[in-house]
Each structure stands twice: as structure tokens, then as C-alpha cells.
Design a protein around this ligand. Sequence first.
Ligand SMILES: [Zn+2]
Length: 122
Amino acid sequence: MPHLPKARRRRYLPERKREPTGDQRFYNSTAWRKTSRSVRQRQPLCEVCTAIDQVAVADVTDHIIAREDGGADYDPRNLMAMCAYHHNRKSALEGQGLELDSKRTMSGRVPVDRDEVIKVLT
Ligand SMILES: [Zn+2]
């Protein structure tokens, strides 16, 4: 008598929920959403575009000195309204080792000269 292998029963396990990373938890927090929104209410246009006489809506609030480099989370001196293009461009440069002059403050690192970002990106 032919013998067929037993059909493997497929197990449908509930997908394991991934724990959000610290970064995701920060960016999803009410405190950050409020801060980000208020930065872009005050400055609804990309600050880099504006500096080169272009106009683009600010899609994101950027940490000028990245959080992972000790950049201040909520200090307005470390926050800049940016369009997606300039934010992505800056992130790419950071991936290549971009380093901006920064100083340590009570709230974390902030840039010494925010115009340095504009110079680097334009
Ligand atoms: Zn821009």
C-alpha cells in the first residue's frame, strides 16, 4: 500500500508583535508630535529651501544634531523645519559621517551655527 507522507499541518501562529525601538517610541510620543507640529506651525516652510529662495512645505522636523549623537530632543535650537528632500539628503550625509559643530547644553547637544546645515545642504 502506497504510503503518503502525512500532510504537514500549517501552524498559524499569531505574528509576534515587535517591541518598538527606543527611536520609534520617541517619534510616536505625544511630546514629540506636539513639539514637531509646533516647530512647523511657526516655520511652515523648509528652512533650507527658504535660504536658497525656494519654497517647499516643511514635511518634517529635523534634529540638527542627531539624537544618536546626543542632540537635544526638544530644544528649539536643535530643531529645524525641512522638506522631505532636504531631510533625506541630510540623513544620507549623516550616513556618510557628516559632522556639524555642536555644543553641549543642559538639554543635550545643539548646533553652534544652524546656518552650517544650510551650507552643507545647498
Ligand atoms: Zn527643502
